[in-house]
Write a protein that binds this ligand. Structure first.
Ligand SMILES: [Zn+2]
Length: 106
């Protein structure tokens, strides 16, 4: 099933904003570090060679996150994921977790 890249980007942006607000005391703007992580994530989404026809994550053969960013985004998702459930469809989150972390989803 194809998945909207725009929706993916928005979800990541929201998660980083929640994480930054609560952990870095940022107000309306996210901090520099989080902005870098957000840019990185969005580039990964844009550069996905599967484009709008992405395969389900289990079938994706590309490890597109570098280890450091992968660790950072994972922290963000662990923190913000549960806090977003009330406003975002659970499936969206599950999709993202699977797509990025494939083997070690919880
Ligand atoms: Zn931050």
């Amino acid at each position: 099933m194809a998945f909207s890249r725009t929706l993916e980007e928005k979800t990541v942006a929201k998660m980083i904003a929640i994480y930054c607000r609560d952990n870095h005391n940022s107000n309306s703007e996210i901090c520099d570090g989080c902005r870098k992580l957000l840019n990185y994530s969005q580039k990964r989404i844009e550069k996905c060679p599967f484009g709008e026809k992405k395969p389900v994550c289990a079938k994706c053969t590309i490890h597109c996150y570098a280890p450091q960013q992968r660790a950072e985004i994972k922290k963000v998702m662990r923190y913000a994921g549960p806090r977003m459930l009330y406003k975002s469809p659970f499936l969206t989150l599950r999709y993202l977790f699977r797509k990025i972390f494939k083997s070690n989803v919880y």
